[in-house]
Design a protein around this ligand. Structure first.
Ligand SMILES: *[C@@H]1O[C@H](CO)[C@@H](O)[C@H](O)[C@H]1NC(C)=O
Ligand SMILES: *[C@@H]1O[C@H](CO)[C@@H](O)[C@H](O)[C@H]1NC(C)=O
Length: 276
C-alpha cells in the first residue's frame, strides 16, 4: 500500500514537473545567496515565479503578482558597469499567458504577430506597454536596473515589464537613482559577490485604468560576500510618493517590512547575512 502511495506521489510530482507552471525558483536558485529566497510573507495571492530568461539563459529571478500586475521583487547578483544603456525593446513574459512552452521573454510585437496571442490574452495577467505610456508623475521604475549588469544580455534582460513598477518620478530621478549608482558602488566596495533583492510593497491605489497597482513603498537589500563569507549587509526603503530614501541595516529593513506586511515575519536573505 505504501509503495502504491509513493508511486502516486511520484507520478503526480512528475506530472507537475512536466508542465511549465513553476511554484518556486527551482531553475534559478543561483540568484539567491545559498539558494534561500525571501519568506512567504511577501507572496501575493496569485504569484508567478519567473526565472528571467533572455537568449536562452537565465539572468535573474522575479516573483510576480499576476493580479496587481507588478513584481513583488527581483533578485540578482550585482555586476556594475559605469555606462548606462537605453534600450528601445521592451519585453513581456510568455509564461504568464497560460499554456505555452516559451521560455525567453519576447516583445509585444513578436507575441502578437508571430506567436498569435491576442493583446487581451497577454493583458490578463501582466502589464503591457500601453499601461505605462500615459502615467503622470510616475516612471517605469526598474527593480533590477540595467546599470547593475556588465554583460549585454543581462542588461537587455532587465527591460521587461515584469521587472518594473510605477515609481514616483521625483524619487526615480532623485534619491533612488543616487542610491543605485552612487551609494551601491561605495557600499559594495571590496565585496567579491553582492546579492541584491529589490522589491515593491503593493499600495492601495491603481493606475492605468485600474490595471496596475501603485506600490506604497520600494525597498532594496544587499548581502556582501568577501570570498565565500557574508561580511556585511544593508537595506534601504522609500515611500513611493516623494523623493526620500532611508538606508538601514538588513535587520531593520526586515522588521519594517514585517510591520508593513501586518506582522507576518519577513526575512529576505539566508541567516548567514549579518542583520546589524
Ligand atoms: C546569445 O548568446 C550567445 C551565447 O552566449 C552569444 O554568443 C550570442 O551573441 C547571443 N545572441 C544575442 C542576439 O545576443
Ligand atoms: C500564426 O498564424 C499564422 C496564420 O494563421 C500561421 O501561419 C502561423 O503558423 C501561426 N504561428 C504560430 C507560431 O502558431
Amino acid at each position: 500500500m505504501l509503495w502504491l502511495l509513493l508511486l502516486q506521489v511520484l507520478a503526480s510530482s512528475l506530472w507537475v514537473g512536466h508542465s511549465e507552471v513553476m511554484t518556486s525558483f527551482q531553475h534559478c536558485p543561483q540568484f539567491f545567496y545559498e539558494g534561500t529566497s525571501p519568506s512567504d510573507a511577501l507572496n501575493p495571492q496569485n504569484p508567478a515565479w519567473i526565472c528571467q530568461c533572455y537568449n536562452s539563459s537565465y539572468h535573474y529571478a522575479t516573483l510576480y503578482d499576476r493580479d496587481r500586475r507588478i513584481p513583488v521583487y527581483s533578485a540578482y547578483i550585482y555586476e556594475p558597469i559605469s555606462e548606462r544603456i537605453h534600450d528601445l525593446s521592451w519585453y513581456l513574459e510568455p509564461q504568464l499567458i497560460g499554456d505555452n512552452d516559451l521560455k525567453d521573454m519576447e516583445t509585444e510585437l513578436v507575441l502578437v504577430e508571430y506567436y498569435n496571442f491576442t493583446l487581451d490574452q497577454i493583458k490578463a495577467s501582466q502589464a503591457v506597454l500601453e499601461d505605462y505610456n500615459q502615467l503622470l508623475g510616475l516612471e517605469r521604475g526598474y527593480l533590477n536596473p540595467s546599470g547593475h549588469h556588465d554583460s549585454r544580455d543581462s542588461r537587455k534582460a532587465t527591460f521587461t515589464l515584469t521587472n518594473v513598477v510605477p515609481q514616483d518620478s521625483s524619487l526615480y530621478i532623485g534619491q533612488w537613482k543616487h542610491y543605485e549608482f552612487t551609494r551601491m558602488p561605495e557600499k559594495s566596495k571590496g565585496c567579491t559577490t553582492t546579492y541584491v533583492i529589490t522589491g515593491a510593497v503593493p499600495g492601495n491605489t491603481y493606475v492605468a485604468q485600474g490595471r496596475i497597482n501603485r506600490p506604497s513603498h520600494i525597498w532594496t537589500a544587499a548581502c556582501c560576500l568577501v570570498g565565500t563569507h557574508p561580511t556585511k549587509a544593508w537595506g534601504a526603503i522609500a515611500e513611493n510618493d516623494h523623493d526620500q530614501i532611508r538606508t538601514l541595516s538588513l535587520g531593520e529593513l526586515e522588521a519594517r517590512l514585517t510591520e508593513i506586511y501586518e506582522w507576518e515575519t519577513v526575512t529576505l536573505f539566508s541567516k548567514a547575512c549579518p542583520r546589524k
